[in-house]
Design a protein around this ligand. Structure first.
Ligand code: C2E
Ligand code: MG
Ligand code: MG
Length: 701
């Protein structure tokens, strides 16, 4: 308490005395309040902080002594120091005042240095007393809060002292637990026991400075509690352990709750779910469900509005989920109890226990979705979110909580892929498709290792000359038991798993090697090879450099290679795409936009990209009859493409009529079954050998 902060109250009926003292003390750094009489003193002290009172003994109506008496009924001399101010002659009153509990006195006329000294003494005494009281309180608090159990293990006798608190933490009374080490070790969770023993051994052998271990201990009530055990060993001269002693703290709360929302975390959730699964296996009929919730577009909110807002949203969601499930009608209808947990990120889970009907889980999901529909007010802004929910119903086939959680997760993914903001119940079909997908993933890796992929080649034909100008390389899988498998069946899985990088690279290398070979023959001198590039490959940092090295190794001219990229691959991050495309272009490789018209279908962005070719998707070519809609589209695309100096390849050309129409529209190139299906490498070599040329007819029927 510095002088600046101390507030003194001067009580004196004489204005001149009062003001003079006030002015002098103010100059010495005190804050001063004034009261003219005892009545004002009382009312002031009720409403304001006062550190010390300077009280005049002689006042009309109520004297200073009477006021002192009243104050001491409420405040001790430590809580409120009171210094009496009196005339020199009134020594009798001084004695009375000291007896009534005054801390000290000053005589008038007040000698300032004396006054400052006495005021200072009283204030510092008060401060010391207060500090002492605080520290005593803190000590008492600490003692009360000492929740730790103590243990002291005499290694020589093999006996362990467990404090009463240690036993109480596990639900046992003082005389219910003995003094053997097994009282501790037998209560450690099976999954943790060996680790704890290793941790103790590590400390006893001197390889850790102290023993510290977090593990689960069995409580009398049958549940496991998380304990933090810390201890130190006492060694003899030869390094053997004499004793080991330490403390045990219950850290269950910290261990099992999510710090942001206060909800149970994954650990607790899995634990509860595990217990439910066990119970359900015992009483066959019990029905329960878990709901796996994932917010839609949370990453976008987090990125655009900041993590703080993201956190607030998660807290808001947590509250609504709990509130929604707690509302009495919901619980009455849906089951006996529920648990809401946060698994991490924007993933929440709900256990609905004791359901009467499987449909109750759907009702709950529906309610939860509705509860999250109104906007959240975060930092003055309205934020909307929706949620995708996967539901897994209890079944005797579940042995581990993780299995059930995984199925709910799978159903949630299904809900996402069906358009988000909806729920899906996990079923056997979903399991089958997940299994099939997993199998396919494994098979694809194997196929790549065993070299079961092949490239097929489909000619691209000039509509002016009717001659082959190049080929598109298309992947096939020479399956050991099935026939040739087309890319439609496996490319998407390869893309999702990232295997496309290796697979695509294989395809690119092989296609380049093949065309380099064909180009050594004069008949194939100018052939261009088109290779499909998936979005994942496209974003690889070292792609351009790898291709450059490959072309160099094969002595293949860069303009003999054309990379086909889909609109979506460039549109997810157009500015990164521009850079990548420019790099590719800078080494002389050609670029095509594949399946044009199926994606963003916007020519307006195309001028930003350094492209050579546009491939019109075969869905437009299919109905390009003279009265079809496809014709209109081709009519719009072709002049624009010509303006942008882009070549156009029509995909999926199957009839002479299509060829004729495309020629009328000045389309340069075509690819399709009309000319040839994709052929094996040998088939293609044979085709090239005959130098095919297709008749171009102008006639449209
Ligand atoms: P795409 O790049 O648009 O390839 C053209 C597809 O149209 C090929 O199917 C081809 O066989 C088919 N096609 C050609 N002419 C006709 C026709 O006249 N009528 C009909 N109905 N279809 C025709 P395919 O070989 O099954 O390839 C399908 C897709 O798989 C390709 O579409 C491409 O997106 C992808 N793909 C193929 N190989 C690779 C590869 O090595 N890497 C990557 N990333 N994707 C590939
Ligand atoms: Mg293609
Ligand atoms: Mg295509």
């Amino acid at each position: 308490m510095s002088a600046q902060q101390s507030r003194l109250l001067i009580v004196d009926d004489n204005e001149m005395n009062r003001d003079m003292l006030a002015r002098r003390l103010t100059r010495n750094g005190y804050l001063i309040d004034i009261a003219e009489n005892a009545k004002e003193l009382m009312s002031h002290i009720k409403r304001n902080r006062v550190d010390l009172v300077l009280l005049d003994i002689e006042m009309p109506d109520v004297s200073g002594l009477d006021a002192l008496k009243t104050l001491r009924e409420t405040f001790t001399p430590v809580q409120l120091p009171i210094i009496m101010v009196t005339a020199k002659t009134q020594s009798e009153d001084i004695v009375k005042a000291l007896n009534l509990g005054a801390n000290d006195y000053l005589t008038k006329p007040v000698d300032l240095p004396v006054a400052l000294a006495r005021i200072g003494t009283q204030l510092s005494h008060k401060k010391a007393q207060e500090a002492l009281r605080e520290s005593e309180e803190r000590y008492a608090l600490a003692a009360r809060g000492a929740n730790d159990g103590l243990w002291d293990w005499n290694i020589l006798t093999g006996r362990v002292y467990y404090s009463p608190r240690w036993k109480a933490m596990l639900g046992w009374k003082e005389d219910e637990i003995g003094d053997g080490p097994e009282e501790w070790f037998n209560r450690i969770h099976d999954a943790d026991r060996q680790r704890v023993q290793e941790e103790i051994a590590a400390h006893r052998s001197g390889s850790t400075p102290h023993f510290e271990s977090e593990h689960r201990m069995l409580h009398k009530d049958g549940t496991f509690r998380w304990m933090l055990n810390r201890g130190l060993a006492v060694f003899d001269e030869s390094g053997g352990t004499l004793r080991m002693a330490g403390s045990q703290t219950d850290i269950t709360e910290r261990k099992v709750s999510d710090p942001l929302t206060g909800l149970p975390n994954r650990l607790l959730f899995v634990d509860r779910l595990g217990r439910l699964i066990k119970q359900a296996r015992r009483r066959k009929k019990a029905l329960f469900a878990i709901l796996f919730l994932d917010l839609d577009g949370f990453k976008m909110i987090n990125d655009s509005m900041g993590h703080l807002t993201g956190d607030q949203l998660l807290v808001g969601v947590a509250n609504r989920l709990e509130k929604c499930l707690r509302s009495t009608d919901t619980v009455a209808r849906l089951g006996e109890s529920f648990t809401v947990a946060r698994l991490g990120g924007d993933e929440f889970t709900v256990i609905l226990d004791d359901l009467k009907d499987p449909n109750d889980a759907k009702c709950a999901a529906d309610r939860l979705m509705k509860a999250l529909a109104p906007p959240f007010l975060l930092g003055g802004k309205e934020v909307f979110t929706s949620v995708s929910i996967g539901i897994a119903l209890s079944s005797s086939s579940y042995e581990q909580p993780e299995d059930m959680l995984r199925d709910a997760d799978t159903a949630m993914y299904r809900a996402k892929s069906l358009g988000k903001a909806r729920f899906e119940v996990f079923d056997a079909d979903m399991r089958a498709s997940v299994m099939a997908r997993l199998q396919l993933e494994t098979d694809l890796r194997g196929a790549l290792e065993r070299g079961e992929f092949r490239n097929f080649y489909q000619p691209i034909v000039s509509l002016d000359t009717g001659r082959i100008v190049g080929f598109e390389a298309l992947l096939r899988w020479q399956h050991p038991t099935r026939d040739l498998v087309g890319p439609e069946e496996f490319i998407h899985v390869a893309e999702e798993t990232g295997l496309i990088r290796e697979l695509g690279w294989w395809n690119l290398q092989e296609a380049c090697r093949q065309v380099a070979e064909w180009r050594t023959d004069p008949k194939g001198r100018d052939l261009i090879i088109s290779v499909n590039l998936s979005a994942k490959q496209f974003l690889q940092a070292n792609l351009v450099e790898d291709i450059r090295k490959l072309l160099h190794k094969l002595s293949l001219a860069p303009d003999a290679l054309k990379l086909e990229i889909t609109e979506s691959a460039v549109m997810t991050d157009p500015s990164a795409a521009v850079e990548m495309l420019q790099q590719i272009k800078s080494i002389g490789i050609r670029l095509a936009i594949d399946d044009f018209g199926t994606g963003y279908s916007s020519l307006s962005y195309l001028h930003r990209f350094p492209l050579d070719t546009l491939k019109i998707d075969r869905s437009f070519i299919r109905d390009i009859r003279s009265d079809g809609e496809g014709l209109e589209i081709a009519k719009t695309i072709l002049p624009l493409a010509n303006n942008l100096r882009l070549d156009v390849v029509a995909e999926g050309v199957e009839t002479a009529e299509q060829v004729a129409l495309l020629r009328q529209l000045h389309c340069n190139y075509a690819q399709g079954y009309y000319f040839s299906k994709p052929l094996s490498a040998e088939g293609t070599t044979a085709l090239l050998a005959v130098e095919p040329s297709w008749q171009m007819c102008e006639q449209v029927r």
